[in-house]
Every structure is written in structure tokens, then in C-alpha cells.
Write a protein that binds this ligand. Structure first.
Ligand SMILES: Nc1ncnc2c1ncn2[C@@H]1O[C@H](COP(=O)(O)OP(=O)(O)OP(=O)(O)O)[C@@H](O)[C@H]1O
Length: 205
């Protein structure tokens, strides 16, 4: 398994934000996309997720363009955007069932156990709209605990809004994911370091 970014350029609103980006991510590896506000971190991550087409270059999964390998790629992918993307009107545990597509009688128990591990056991029966910003972020990230069959993680600003304990827990989660052969690309403008991750700094064109 390998994700390759080949000589990629990104543009928004007609402006080229970055160009000549090239790297590969293999099992166990991590890439940190770093840069100032507006440098294009989210744009690049969206390209890796297949949500925004590259201005130039290509993103390849197993040496095939992700646009043609879409089905195979998406089956291996977990993309968490900058916003938590939770449904305010659903309870916290219902959100997890819905977001992760959990099925069967064990789904609720699985979601509740996952919330307890994320430090949200007491909030499981609250509507997501009643959670604090940090709790909403924890809820979104709780999906990572259930993503065993998705090796390619793309995380946009995963550390924003988290307290120190939650940051440490996320670093542990990411480390065990990589140890088990998972792959990670994440954006950040914070000083949180994921050990042994290649850092890619986006500079304005
Ligand atoms: N839909 C859009 N139309 C026009 N310009 C856009 C659009 N989306 C983003 N941009 C612009 O593209 C640039 C890069 O945005 P992007 O969100 O990728 O940056 P970022 O590095 O993730 O920023 P931040 O650190 O603030 O989250 C910004 O100048 C932004 O205003």
C-alpha cells in the first residue's frame, strides 16, 4: 500500500497556492503538513482525499490516480475535516453509530464503549449540540477508535480544541495505528509533534 503525491500544485479561486509537492506514504509512516494560515494545508489534504482536483500533478493510490482508483481508495480511507462534522440533533452515541455506519444490535454498546474511552461517557446521551467545542472534537476523533479497517488516515487540524490529556490520547492512538501498519497525513499549525513524521512545509508560491 502506498499513497503518492506527484509534483502536485494546488489552487483556490484562481490563485496558485503551492506547487511541486511530492512525497509518498507507506505503511507505518506519517506526514505532517505544516504552514501558515492560508498556505493551503486544507486544500492539499482535500486533494489527497479526492475532494478537490489538483491544479497540476497527481495523487496516486497503489500507483493509480485516486480518481480512477476511487472505490478501492475510499474503502481504505478515513478523512476527518477541520470541522467536527457532527449532527447537533443526534445524541453523542447516535452520532458515532451514524458517522461510522455501525450496524447490528451491538452498535449502541460499541459506540458507548468508544465514547467512554474518549472521555465522553457522561455525555453519551446528550445531543451533540449541547457538547462543548472540545467535546465535539473528541466525538469526531472517537471515530478513529473504530477505524481498524481503514489504514489511510487524513486528519485536518486534529489537535485544535483538545486539552492536554486529549492531545496525549490522540498521539497514542496515532502511534498504535502506525505501529499496526497504518498511514497518516495530518495538517497542523500547532507545535504538537507526532514522532517520526516527515514534515512538509507549505510555502506561498
Ligand atoms: N472555495 C474557495 N474559494 C476561493 N478561495 C478559497 C476557497 N477555499 C479556500 N480558499 C483560499 O485558499 C487559501 C488556502 O486555504 P486553506 O484553507 O487551504 O489554508 P490553510 O493552510 O488550511 O489555512 P488555516 O491554517 O487558516 O486553516 C486561503 O487564502 C483561502 O482563502
Amino acid at each position: 500500500m502506498v499513497l503518492r503525491c506527484v509534483d502536485v500544485a494546488g489552487s483556490r479561486g484562481g490563485n496558485v497556492l503551492f506547487s511541486g509537492i511530492g512525497f509518498a506514504v507507506e505503511p507505518g509512516q506519517g506526514v505532517r503538513i505544516h504552514g501558515d494560515n492560508g498556505s493551503g494545508k486544507t486544500t492539499l489534504l482535500r486533494m489527497l482525499a479526492g475532494l478537490t482536483p489538483p491544479h497540476a500533478g497527481a495523487v496516486l493510490w497503489e500507483d493509480e490516480d485516486i480518481r480512477t482508483a476511487r472505490q478501492r481508495y475510499c474503502a481504505n480511507l478515513l478523512y476527518l475535516g477541520h470541522a467536527p462534522g457532527v449532527k447537533n440533533e443526534l445524541l453523542a452515541w447516535e452520532n458515532l453509530v451514524f458517522m461510522q455506519g455501525l450496524r447490528g444490535r451491538a452498535a449502541e454498546d460499541e459506540a458507548r464503549a468508544c465514547l467512554a474511552e474518549a472521555g465522553l461517557g457522561a455525555q453519551a446521551d446528550l445531543p451533540a449540540g449541547a457538547l462543548s467545542q472540545g467535546q465535539r472534537k473528541r466525538l469526531a476523533l472517537a471515530r478513529l477508535q473504530l477505524a481498524h479497517n481503514r489504514p489511510m488516515w487524513l486528519l485536518d487540524e486534529p489537535f485544535v480544541g483538545l486539552d492536554q490529556d486529549a492531545v496525549a490520547a490522540l498521539c497514542d492512538r496515532v502511534a498504535s495505528h502506525r505501529k499496526a501498519g497504518g498511514m497518516l497525513v495530518y495538517t497542523t499549525h500547532q507545535a504538537v509533534e507526532v514522532p517520526d513524521a516527515l514534515t512538509l512545509r507549505l510555502e506561498a508560491c
